[in-house]
Design a protein around this ligand. Sequence first.
Ligand code: GLY
Length: 440
Amino acid sequence: MPEDLTVMIVGSGAREHTISVAYEASPQVKKIIVAPGKDFMGIGRFKEVIADGNCKLKDAESILRVALKYEPDLVDVAQDDALAAGTVDLLQKKGFTVFGPNQAAAQIEWDKKWSRNLMKDYGIPHPEYESFTSTGEAKAYASSLYKQLRGPMFIKASGLCLGKGALRAENIEEAVKTIDRMKEFEEAGKVFLVEQCLVGEEFSFYAICDGNNYKILKSAQDNKRAFNFDEGDQTGGMGAISPSMLAEASSKEIEKQLVGKAVAGMGLEKRPYKGILYVGGMMVDGKPFAIEYNVRWGDPECQVVLPSLTEDYLDVVQAAIDGKLSGMDLSQDGLTRVCVVGASKGYPGDSSAVKGKRIFGLEAAMRNSNVMVFGAGIKVEDGKFYANGGRLFSIIAAGENIVEAREKAYDAIAGIHIDGNNLHYRTDIGFRDVERFFKA
Ligand code: GLY
């Protein structure tokens, strides 16, 4: 077994920090490069972790230049813009061993119209929808859909828009105004969808795929709104739990309807899927529906799902690259994990007033054996930590159940603050499963 491998991870958030820690645990790995990464990712680690900021995630050529500098044995392209930009294709062409779907397979995320058509063609349960380039036709469809549903709709840009391209309209008047807003998304909004808004509870479901076969990983549930009990604006994710009791109770049906059909469909479309497949799903009247597919780990779900894997992550990824997942038994621990995201006050709106303010207490959390700390918008200067973005860090705790895991995570984050009382976090992460736990 080699012990001197270099792994390069493409991305820069707490998700990529989590992936970096998973590779670090492999005895085969000696050095990790995160591109562009963040300095925080190397702090307190027992192996060499280098953040190389000389690349842009939408620019595959710039990522190639970083890869050529370090000559990694494996590149894990973990971030959506980099996958959509064809980074996997370019690096493979240059002879690198790469984990992640190629640009054609990644279309299941970067082109919402293509993705919905795949769902329709392969019988994957999905909301009613039509796609448009003309606002007039879209408004006529929205009007007939509203007459039929008498309920809210989503107007969605087909391209990638940092998770901000799906707008909810409560009635036909709002739908008409929202259709006119699609031009704000420029290229990404040239094609857009008008969809039924399903009403139910969301879950996240993960599989690792090798082109033909897949293995199911633990489920999760994200908390996307800024404030407790799902109030406030949509964010990148304020916390997550894994497993999700809701998803685990229907896991066989979710696997069959949303994972099996998608992987088979991608094969039939001659785009065999290799990489992490992330299903954003919703349970509606006890049945799972696909809201979206993503071609990478979720953030913050990765922070609670990946640490449960007890296998060497490098071996699992290599088996996926080699098309050998079917012969592998994936073991995951039986613990429940909770992730609470610490953000700058004001996020997801303007949090620029917090930029540069000192974060206190993070060092103690990093020493606390009850939790893991993964960083995102943190600047490191003279060994001190400063806020440098919206979402700053994720605190993760594991327990025998949701109550124990929450207690440890919230104990740890209670000791962290930002100069001027500028730290924001939700205090209700996992509230639905706490209720389920006490009812069970
Ligand atoms: N958790 C949402 C996302 O990663 O897209």
